[in-house]
Design a protein around this ligand. Structure first.
Ligand SMILES: Nc1ncnc2c1ncn2[C@@H]1O[C@H](COP(=O)(O)OP(=O)(O)OP(=O)(O)O)[C@@H](O)[C@H]1O
Length: 238
């Protein structure tokens, strides 16, 4: 296995608040990793920093040894990249825009993903339900060829059939060697998918373990392992 992402001593403050502190995380290639933590733990912020869309941090973040924001951006496909899109456009127009702007966006792949997820591309973005919005975001994100995919809560607010379809798309479309980081607070949705987990708590990554280590060393399921980090506080992960 080759190291893909390396984060060392990352600290990020915003509006006089420490959001992440002294955070270290290493991801190898060809893995699906769960980034788990309660609401407000800092998962989205960490993804924004990795993707190069949040700046002014201390510490180092590198992907394949490259550490500038623009170098990292070119190797990442982040599910938040649709933020700020003109919501009045039809889905096909948004996909066309991605196809023109990103050389590594594959229109053929997008069309197949959209068909698999039963997305009607003649709809306007603004008219989509929450679940259909998530499916469209997933099709756009997976159609961009990247070393590292950052999927921020892809199962938030969607029904179990749609969830199954999205999981199947992730498995089918993950390029060999690419790594997928999926944030969630409901680990049950994704436990079977995961090769490893990183748990975010108290503004940092408190542990990072492979699924095999959790099963063999801790004798636990991923769900039980994750919950053990939060249960002493009685935190309820919704
Ligand atoms: N611009 C900002 N200024 C100040 N605090 C911020 C800012 N953006 C985020 N935060 C705070 O940083 C913390 C981490 O937020 P973040 O959205 O990264 O968490 P999360 O783990 O993704 O949460 P959720 O699971 O609820 O989406 C939260 O306490 C949030 O209020």
């Amino acid at each position: 296995m080759t190291e893909l992402l390396s984060i060392e001593n990352l600290t990020y403050r915003r509006n006089l608040r420490t959001i992440l502190t002294n955070l270290s995380l290493t991801l190898n290639d060809n893995q699906i990793v769960g980034l788990l933590g309660a609401n407000g733990a800092g998962k989205t912020t960490l993804m924004r920093l990795i993707a190069g869309s949040a700046v002014n941090y201390r510490g180092s973040i590198s992907i394949n040894g490259k550490n500038t924001g623009s170098e990292r951006k070119s190797m990442v496909s982040f599910s938040a990249q649709l933020e700020g899109v003109n919501e009045n456009l039809k889905l096909i127009k948004i996909a066309d825009y991605f196809n023109h702007v990103f050389p590594d966006f594959e229109m053929n792949d997008f069309e197949k993903l959209a068909a698999n997820l039963s997305i009607d591309l003649d709809q306007h973005f603004i008219s989509l339900s929450k679940g259909n919005r998530q499916k469209f975001v997933m099709a756009i994100t997976l159609a961009k060829h990247a070393k590292l995919y950052l999927l921020d809560e892809p199962f938030n607010g969607i029904d179990s059939m749609s969830r199954k379809k999205i999981v199947a798309s992730i498995i089918e479309w993950k390029p060999e060697d690419a790594t997928i980081l999926i944030s969630d607070h409901h680990v049950t949705d994704i436990a079977n998918l995961l090769d490893a987990v990183a748990i975010v708590k108290d503004h940092t990554v408190v542990t990072q373990k492979s699924a095999d280590e959790i099963r063999e060393e801790n004798g636990q399921s991923i769900e039980t392992f994750y919950e053990s980090f939060y249960e002493e506080e009685g935190t309820k992960n919704d």
